[in-house]
Design a protein around this ligand. Structure first.
Ligand SMILES: CC(C)(COP(=O)(O)OP(=O)(O)OC[C@H]1O[C@@H](n2cnc3c(N)ncnc32)[C@H](O)[C@@H]1OP(=O)(O)O)[C@@H](O)C(=O)NCCC(=O)NCCS
Length: 225
């Protein structure tokens, strides 16, 4: 059975690196299967449309509203978040790369308070502070659909682990944050992730390459209420 659309297969064809191509195909098929289960629509019948900045959303099906969702991939891992129709939801997962100059990235790209916070924590915690802030920022931007078209230094997220993960204090965005939920996720060793959603999230799923296979070993549910 063919699950992907012609457009998705064309996109896969354009991915030159075979591992990336296979990851895209399987991760997109898994997305369709998850969304099919939420909507009672056959996975191959689901139609996506892209927002102005490329965020995919489901088209309504036979007049029915469809759930909101967002996906993130990093280093063989895919995370999927599903929310009620019309809700904004964003998710970001990052493999913790130790060799990049993450302190330099924070100084150049984060809000000044965020960069200062990272340099102020004990050295062995800095990398985790960096990735925690990074994923919170990107999850929020993905929820809005604007992604990295918004400069990362235009807003400031909370930095401490746990609890309500996020607030925004610049550019008039603070008000917009009321009614949102933020969550730090630890999907598996070596990765960090964050979720940002208007209201609560209905489902959260993880897919991971294990050798040759891509599976959903730990489908997990959690709520952002
Ligand atoms: C969305 C964006 C943040 C993704 O960053 P990334 O770390 O490479 O990717 P992630 O794995 O976290 O997310 C990719 C998924 O997010 C979704 N996505 C794509 N565009 C999105 C957007 N604007 N907002 C939210 N989600 C988006 C897609 O489902 C995509 O998965 P797919 O490739 O299987 O279709 C980045 O591509 C972006 O900012 N795009 C919009 C603005 C833009 O084009 N800027 C260009 C200058 S930087």
């Amino acid at each position: 059975m063919r699950v992907l659309s012609g457009e998705e297969l064309d996109r896969a064809e354009r991915l030159v690196v075979e591992a990336r191509r296979r990851h895209f195909i399987v991760a997109r098929a898994v997305l369709r299967i998850i969304l099919g289960a939420y909507t009672d629509v056959r996975p191959e019948e689901l139609r996506f449309r892209a927002g102005v900045y490329g965020k995919p959303a489901l088209e309504s099906h036979r007049g029915r509203e469809m759930p909101a969702f967002n996906v993130s991939h990093s280093h063989g891992l895919a995370l999927y978040a599903i929310a009620a129709p019309g809700r904004r939801v964003g998710i970001d997962v990052e493999y913790i790369r130790r060799r990049v100059n993450w302190l330099g990235i924070a100084e150049r790209q984060f809000a000044p308070g965020e960069a200062a916070f990272i340099t102020g924590v004990p050295e062995d915690e800095r990398i985790h502070a960096f990735f925690r802030i990074w994923t919170r920022k990107e999850a929020y931007l993905k929820a809005t659909g604007k992604g990295l078209s918004v400069p990362l230094n235009h807003f400031d997220v909370s930095r401490l682990p746990g609890g309500q993960a996020c607030f925004v204090d610049e550019g008039g965005l603070l008000k917009e944050m009321q009614g949102w939920s933020f969550q730090d996720l630890a999907p598996c060793d070596g990765y960090t992730a964050a979720l940002a959603a208007e209201g609560k999230v209905d489902g959260l799923y993880l897919g991971q390459w294990t050798g040759e296979d891509f599976g959903l070993p730990d489908g997990f549910e959690c709520r952002g209420d």
